[in-house]
Design a protein around this ligand. Structure first.
Ligand SMILES: [Zn+2]
Length: 205
């Protein structure tokens, strides 16, 4: 079987989580539509379901409205749900993995650590003119994203979200290069790649 990409593994893990909640019952079958309160089918509810599993909140709308590649949108969506296969999650599932962060090699790798707290991501954000990450003291990536979505000026908000998306994508790909291929992260190259992505995506606006 071919090896799954990091994205595919993340989506597979999300699918397993969704299926885990399913319990078959021995009652006779009946047709119900669980996505409306009266359990009757509507096209609107179907649309909401396929666009965001029925959970349309503004944080998600900001992801799908961004002019960036779809695979990056899916990645950010998984990241904000903390569904990426980071070491802390894999350890809980009983897998034997190196728990240390690929960047600082000191603290345990978690979504909040590598994308928000680690000195590496903070260095990248500060050097590309991102928000002052010292303000983001909660250690939760969702707060960082949510704070950026609250920027009122349309162009500044989009720029801020693209900056975060590019930085997080570089962090994840560099992390995978380190974990799966043994290539240690190089902060100068990471910074250049973030700048290149922002430049490419900004021309898509
Ligand atoms: Zn770290």
């Amino acid at each position: 079987m071919p090896a799954l990409s990091a994205d595919s593994r993340g989506q597979l893990s999300m699918l397993k989580d969704l299926l885990r909640g399913h319990r078959p019952s021995d009652r006779s079958d009946s047709i119900r539509w669980r996505w409306t309160s009266d359990q009757l089918f509507t096209v609107k509810s179907l649309y909401q379901l396929i666009t965001d599993a029925g959970l349309r909140v503004s944080m998600n709308q900001h992801i799908w409205n961004l002019k960036i590649p779809v695979k990056i949108k899916v990645f950010i969506w998984l990241l904000l749900r903390k569904r990426l296969p980071t070491a802390d999650i894999l350890l809980i599932r009983g897998m034997h993995v190196n728990q240390n962060c690929a960047f600082c090699a000191i603290l345990t790798e978690s979504c909040d650590h590598i994308f928000n707290d680690c000195v590496y991501v903070r260095f990248l954000l500060l050097n590309i003119g991102g928000s002052d990450t010292t303000d983001v003291s909660t250690g939760d990536v969702r707060d960082h994203w949510a704070e950026t979505t609250e920027i009122l000026a349309d162009s500044s908000r989009k720029q801020g979200l693209i900056l975060l998306a590019a930085t997080w994508w570089v962090i994840w790909t560099d992390r995978n290069n380190s974990v799966f291929r043994g290539n240690p992260p190089n902060v100068t190259w990471s910074l250049e790649r973030v700048k290149q992505l922002i430049s490419n995506w900004t021309t898509m606006l």
